[in-house]
Write a protein that binds this ligand. Structure first.
Ligand code: PMP
Ligand code: GLN
Length: 400
């Protein structure tokens, strides 16, 4: 006698495949230019890639130390000092992870108990909510509203209460392209301190800011050194998204639990890639300045082209992404339908911005385009969208 199989984990069973995978598969299926999932179509710096290749060949291919190879922990500590004036002990205050994705989960695990409340800001990256729920914690959602994406201070303050354990803050923000201002960060810092809470700071786009906007880590604000877990990603900083090397900077009082979470999740991260990322973090200021200058030019190229086509282009201060309002194009459907439609018909893929909202009443007229692509690819995507628009004679109807 065998009994019918029991149901599997309810939260995972209810979680869909990530929108990035879904849209990338659709792009491949239709031969579309993929301006959906955020990955560059160009290589990262050659010296960094070369360092990884060399490191594969020199016989250090066994488990590296749990918190990361010493070279990378030292490089992360030095980058903290150089860019933000943060003094960090590489031995006890840096944890290297397999991507920022793991880092986010490890930091949430480090502080949240079942029943704790965790403040999340919509639009939000797609791993935040399911992980908070998997930990049995209670998400408290606060929404930024386009096109200005201003922090609603009263609502944020109301979301904090006696059960608040943490806030997860993403700046520069995906998909909004928002860089939080010093005043907004001070407001967040005050709330965190008044409630004895922690901040998990997803700062993967820290070096990708434009127009003179500079990223300010929440951790640098007075009183926040012991409250923040600051997350970086080599994938974004070195245009090598497949490498999946992340790094967490946290006060030693927090780093212990972060380390134990990492121990349970992956234990370690490939040592050759870690050593190459250490080479990258030591690169000169011109590298970091050049990264944002070149991305700003790509943003401007795509943004101007989309605006000329009639899209409402929202400002982007940082990240890989432009958010657009497609209503001026006369499309008769929601953002999911629009992104599918342009993938299938124009052969250009974007991401529906409603995917970054948990609530059912999300805005449904925005599409996110990634501009981290070669100029010829951006131009070809714009030409395809222009041809598609012309073929619809101005009035664009939802497919089907
Ligand atoms: N956070 C945000 C806001 C992101 O956009 C991404 C996507 N790259 C990640 C975290 C994950 O970064 P990683 O690829 O290093 O895991
Ligand atoms: N961060 C990337 C984006 O927003 C996607 C990463 C992923 O595919 N998980 O496009």
């Amino acid at each position: 006698m065998t009994a019918p199989a029991k149901s599997q984990n309810a939260l995972l069973s209810a979680t869909g495949t990530t929108v990035f995978t879904v849209m990338s598969a659709l792009a491949v299926q239709h031969g579309a230019i993929n301006l959906g999932q955020g990955f560059p179509d160009y290589e990262g710096p050659e010296d960094v890639v070369r360092a990884a290749a060399d490191a594969l060949m020199d016989g250090r291919n066994q488990y590296p130390p749990l918190t990361g190879v010493p070279e990378l922990r030292t490089a992360v500590a030095e980058a903290n000092r150089r860019f933000y004036g943060l003094e960090v002990d590489p031995a006890s205050e840096v944890v290297v992870t397999s991507g920022a994705t793991e880092a986010i989960t490890a930091c949430l695990m480090a502080v949240l108990d079942a029943g704790d409340e965790c403040v999340l800001i919509e639009p939000l990256y797609d791993t935040y909510l399911p992980v908070v729920r998997m930990l049995g914690a209670v998400p408290k959602l606060v929404r930024l509203t386009p096109p200005r994406w201003e922090l609603p201070r009263a609502e944020l303050a109301a979301a904090f209460g006696p059960k608040t354990k943490a806030i997860l803050l993403n700046s520069p923000m995906n998909p909004a392209g928002k860089v939080f201002t010093a005043a907004e960060l001070a407001f967040v810092a005050d709330l965190v301190q008044r409630h004895g809470a922690y901040a998990i700071c997803d700062e993967v786009y820290e070096h990708l800011t434009f127009d003179g906007w500079s990223h300010i880590p929440l951790m640098t604000l007075p009183g926040m050194r012991e409250r923040c877990m600051r997350i970086g990603s080599a994938g974004k900083t070195f245009s090598l998204t497949g490498w999946k090397v992340g790094y967490i900077t946290a006060d030693r009082s927090l780093a212990q639990n972060v380390m134990k979470a990492h121990q349970l999740l992956t234990f370690t991260t490939p040592p050759n890639l870690q050593r190459a990322v250490a080479v990258g973090l030591a690169k000169g200021d011109d590298y970091f300045a050049g990264l944002s200058t070149s991305l700003q030019a790509r943003r401007d190229r795509l943004g101007a082209g989309l605006a000329a086509l009639g899209f409402g282009v929202l400002p982007t201060q940082g990240s890989y992404f432009i958010t657009t309002d497609f209503r001026p194009l006369g499309f008769n459907g929601d953002d999911v339908a629009f992104c599918r439609h342009i993938t299938e018909t124009a052969k250009v893929t974007a991401i529906p911005v409603s995917a970054f909202y948990a609530g059912p009443d999300a805005p449904t007229h925005y599409a996110r385009f990634a501009f981290c692509k070669g100029e010829a690819v951006l131009d070809e995507a714009l030409a395809r969208l222009a041809a598609w628009k012309a073929s619809r004679g101005g009035e664009v109807r939802a497919a089907g």
